[in-house]
Design a binder for this molecule. Structure first.
Ligand SMILES: Nc1ncnc2c1ncn2[C@@H]1O[C@H](COP(=O)(O)OP(=O)(O)OP(=O)(O)O)[C@@H](O)[C@H]1O
Ligand SMILES: [Mg+2]
Length: 501
């Protein structure tokens, strides 16, 4: 058998079943990972993709079934054991230590030195080398907490690549990255594939998967519905396998925006994040701010939500000036800001789904809904209308799949009938069906006369939703267009040009 093992799969999964609290997240899953192959895992939110790769990387143990590595059954695989076997895992949530530098994060667990004495000088040099090997330009002395999402992803990938390994698992590595950063990640993944690494690639982007995968396995409700070479799928059949029906999210006619301004931002500046930024959004209008994730968008969230004060600038909602640096004042003005950082800013992970749903809407009556079944009764319609799905009952929000967490976040804020809303990457990590639902939701908001400012890293999304687009780069607006006057490709070109300036 050993002679054949090099030609066979490096990892072979058979009949893996995994339940949480009695409900099955994985049912009888088979999967083969071959060296030199990019194997995409696709499926809707909650289909079991992350759970499956967590079983492969030793984070979770399967209830039933086997994981074989090189033909040897691994019972009770742990993270440590998986790593020793050469299985590297970049999880869906970035997990760098915020207080450590980039270099320390990359070298963690493998500090250079002899007889217990760490050679600190070597850390930076080796980390710098690991990044430059991959063509990544990030200062290794920076604290990881300061990095953008894209930079965090690159650092995590670099760390795993440096550790070596024959299997590299990437759980949504390009979610919310700019076109350019995502392409950089994909180039890297292709290089590793060509060097013989078996890659598992999870993504919600159909086009991306069609472009990169050698093989695709589709999960639905925890089971494999189809596994085949990528060229046996096309976009439509892939969507049908995932969702069980066709899904289209095409641009919809909306009532023309009103003349009145809903939101007016003038001369906003804060450090290097936002520089002299102005934007005006009429009632019923959707204006997009397109740029790499973590560029101006996150800064805008902090400023508009009242979390921080700018160095300069003016904010008006419905014509009235809103003071900066005061969250209650921002809320009282009718402005609702939905963060793109649902994990640290948007949701309270240890509170239940229903409690999170009611946190914004019922913030003045928090005590009442804790009694009896009132909470569940009031949250139920929100769960239904926003399509929030939990495996069972009302778990802590942290136990929801990524896309379902995103839906809770939107429901939490948008139930409050905003006058103006700022949405930061609202479809980050959601599946194609949920994405269509969220797009329809934004159409409805605008249709009801809400002024919507949409920060996005996706040109597709901007073309689908916006009336106008402001392209940002390094905190500055570099171009502005009516959507009707620009094509998708022109928009991508403008955004790329902005970044290279
Ligand atoms: N620790 C946990 N406790 C309870 N339920 C869990 C836990 N982890 C996952 N689940 C549930 O298992 C199911 C599968 O989740 P998983 O995260 O694998 O989905 P996914 O395919 O990665 O979805 P997404 O695209 O949203 O990331 C979901 O219903 C999720 O709520
Ligand atoms: Mg997931």
């Amino acid at each position: 058998m050993s002679g054949l093992a090099t030609k066979g799969p490096v990892v072979r999964v058979r009949g893996v079943t995994k339940s949480f609290g009695g409900a099955a997240a994985l049912r009888d899953v088979d999967l083969d990972l071959h060296p030199g192959e990019i194997h995409a895992l696709m499926g809707m939110n909650g289909a079991g993709k992350s759970t499956l790769v967590q079983v492969l990387s030793g984070v979770h143990q399967a209830d039933r079934g086997t994981v074989e590595v090189d033909g040897h059954a691994e019972h009770g695989l742990t993270v440590r054991r998986a790593r020793r076997l050469g299985i590297s895992f970049v999880p869906q949530r970035r997990e760098l230590a915020a207080g450590l530098t980039v270099a320390e994060n990359i070298m963690l667990g493998d500090l250079p030195g002899r007889r217990g004495i760490v050679r600190w000088s070597a850390i930076d040099a080796q980390a710098r080398q690991a990044l430059s090997d991959l063509g990544i330009d990030i200062d290794v002395r920076r604290p990881a907490g300061e990095l953008t999402v894209a930079e965090q992803t690159m650092v995590e990938v670099a760390r795993e690549v440096r550790r070596g390994g024959r299997v590299l698992i990437l759980d949504e590595p390009t979610a919310c990255l700019s076109t350019e950063a995502a392409e950089q990640i994909r180039t890297l993944v292709r290089t590793l594939r060509d060097e013989g690494v078996a890659v598992v690639y999870i993504s919600h982007y159909i086009g991306e998967v069609m472009g990169i995968a050698d093989r695709v396995t589709v999960l639905r409700d925890g089971g494999v519905v189809r596994s085949a070479p990528a060229n046996e799928f096309d976009a439509a059949s892939l969507v049908r396998a995932m969702v069980g029906r066709d899904v289209v999210s095409t641009r919809r006619e909306r009532p023309a925006p009103q003349d009145e301004l809903g939101l007016s931002v003038r001369g906003l500046s804060r450090g290097r994040a936002i520089r002299d930024f102005s934007v005006h959004v009429r009632k019923g209008e959707v204006v997009a701010v397109l740029g790499p994730a973590g560029d101006a968008q996150a800064g805008l969230f902090d400023l508009l939500s009242g979390r921080v004060r700018p160095d300069a600038g003016e904010l008006r909602v419905d014509g009235a000036a809103v003071p900066f640096g005061k969250v209650p004042a921002s809320l009282a003005s009718g402005l609702r800001c939905v963060t793109g950082d649902r994990r640290t800013l948007g949701l309270v992970p240890e509170l239940s789904v229903d409690e999170n749903l009611m946190l914004a809407g019922d913030r003045f009556a928090r005590r009442r809904w804790h009694r009896g079944g009132d909470l569940a009764r009031r949250a139920a319609p929100l769960r239904t209308s926003y399509g929030v799905v939990a495996l069972a009952g009302n778990p802590p929000v942290a136990a929801l799949s990524g896309g379902n967490q995103q839906k809770v976040l939107l429901a939490k804020w948008l139930q409050t009938e905003p006058a103006v809303c700022f949405l930061e990457d609202p479809t980050n990590g959601v599946d194609i069906a949920a994405m269509a639902d969220i797009h329809a939701l934004v159409d409805d908001l605008a249709g009801r006369g809400v002024a919507v400012l949409l920060a996005s890293s996706s040109a597709e999304e901007v073309m689908r939703l916006a009336d106008r687009v402001v392209v940002v780069s390094a905190g500055r607006a570099v171009a502005e267009h009516d959507i009707a006057a620009i094509s998708h490709d022109e928009l991508v070109a403008t955004a790329l040009k902005g970044q290279s300036q």
